[in-house]
Design a binder for this molecule. Structure first.
Ligand code: NDP
Ligand code: 13P
Ligand code: ZN
Length: 357
């Protein structure tokens, strides 16, 4: 098997989910998937406040009907304190495996707690808002700072298209923004490979950009409440996750546009969704790359994702502040941002791309 190395140079297996189940009503297949993976007792379902009634309890009931011991906990934030709380709960209740049933923050908490306890983890997303539903990374927040931590990839991903189609459409549109952001992430990675000879995977880069291109070409068929749209987006998120696993880093799916989104999380009073910010970041960074930023903007508009500060619900001044701050977010990751934008250059890019007016 191919091996990659993490940032500390340690050997790391290329981890991929073993079962990916996508379709209408597949939440009812959770117990079959668990049986297939020999996960037959002592489950801990980590779910969210709203998603508990939408999917968390269905998963709990179905595993209990199969004779398993199942505990359910609600997680409200993706903080280290929360991971610690859930980890303790799991130890006390003899948990043998975790299911993260909900949105991004719920899945991250379950994923990291499972990694720390070295037990399997199953991802059951109720929304397709970003590729964290399938990846081997967990984003943990400390105040306004987010840290992306290496974790174990889910053993299985079970994405019920009916549940995801009934989630607020804004979450699916955000997922599209996260996929489209592969366009600039790959350009940044190529640039870093040319300028700094960083490790580069042609396969991971090709998969990530092809996934984004397919979605851009199909933008007019992504619509609210359509299970076919959900299926397309979930498959693209899985492909992005696989690209990151091949690369052994988030490089194929996270570049300057993600740095911009992370910077916005730090400076904005009320940040928007991760995928929404990454989509707008892609417009801005594609302009800096000298690429076809309008094509990105048009695709996001067709999908119904934000393309402006106003649509993000973020004041122009925070967009400019984040643009100037972006290059400091992950200094080891070389991107088109280079040593940073001056405030006047930031204003030009934001105005030319109509992100601010
Ligand atoms: N691991 C990774 O690689 C990545 C992780 N992230 C992280 O993920 C988090 C963002 O995730 P994201 O999903 O965008 O947002 P949130 O996790 O903040 O979820 C948004 C809201 O949607 C609700 N929700 C989810 N599904 C449904 C549904 N079917 N019906 C009704 N409401 C629903 C959630 O309810 P509830 O209250 O039940 O949770 C929550 O209130 C951040 O912490 C970010 O840092 C982002 C990118 C990549
Ligand atoms: O969001 C991601 C990919 O879409 C993960 O990227 P980060 O490494 O920037 O957290
Ligand atoms: Zn992302």
């Amino acid at each position: 098997m191919d091996v990659t190395h993490d940032m500390n140079g340690q050997k790391k297996w290329m981890q991929l989910p073993r079962n990916v189940v996508i379709g209408n009503g597949v939440i009812n297949e959770v117990r079959d998937v668990c049986t297939d993976l020999k996960l037959i007792d002592n489950a801990l379902v980590v779910t969210g406040k709203s998603t508990k009634g939408i999917a968390g309890e269905i998963v709990q009931d179905s595993l209990q009907d199969a004779g398993q011991n199942v505990e359910l906990v609600i997680s409200e934030s993706a903080s280290m304190k929360e991971v610690e709380r859930i980890r303790k709960h799991a130890i006390e209740s003899g948990t043998r495996y975790f299911l993260g049933v909900g949105s991004g923050k719920t899945i991250d908490v379950a994923k990291l707690a499972a990694t720390e306890l070295e037990v399997p983890f199953i991802s059951v997303p109720t929304a397709a808002s970003h590729d964290g539903i399938v990846s081997s990374r967990a984003s943990i927040k400390d105040g306004r700072t987010t840290t992306s931590i290496q974790a174990n990839a889910p053993m299985a991903v079970i994405a019920d298209t009916e549940i995801i189609a009934n989630a607020p459409y804004r979450l699916l549109a955000a997922g599209c923004g996260d996929i489209i952001s592969n366009c600039t992430a790959v350009l940044d990675w190529q640039l870093a490979s040319r300028l700094q000879n960083v490790q580069f995977s042609e396969y991971a880069a090709a998969l990530a950009s092809m996934t984004a291109q397919i979605l851009i070409d199909s933008a007019d068929s992504i619509k609210p409440e359509l299970e076919s749209s959900v299926r397309m987006v979930v498959k693209a998120l899985v492909s992005s996750g696989v690209a990151m696993s091949i690369a052994g880093s988030s490089r194929p799916a996270s570049g300057s546009e993600h740095m911009f989104s992370h910077a916005l999380d730090r400076v904005a009073d009320e940040p928007a969704l991760h995928g929404e910010q990454c989509g707008v970041g892609t417009i801005l960074m594609m302009y800096l790359h000298g690429g076809d930023w309008k094509r990105i903007s048009d695709a996001l508009k067709l999908i119904g994702a934000p393309t402006t500060a106003k649509e993000l619900g973020i004041e122009d001044k925070y967009i400019l502040e984040a643009l100037v701050l972006s290059h400091t977010i992950r200094p080891e990751r070389y991107t088109i941002l280079g040593t940073g934008l001056t405030p006047d250059a930031a204003e030009i890019v934001a105005r030319k791309t109509k992100v601010i007016s």
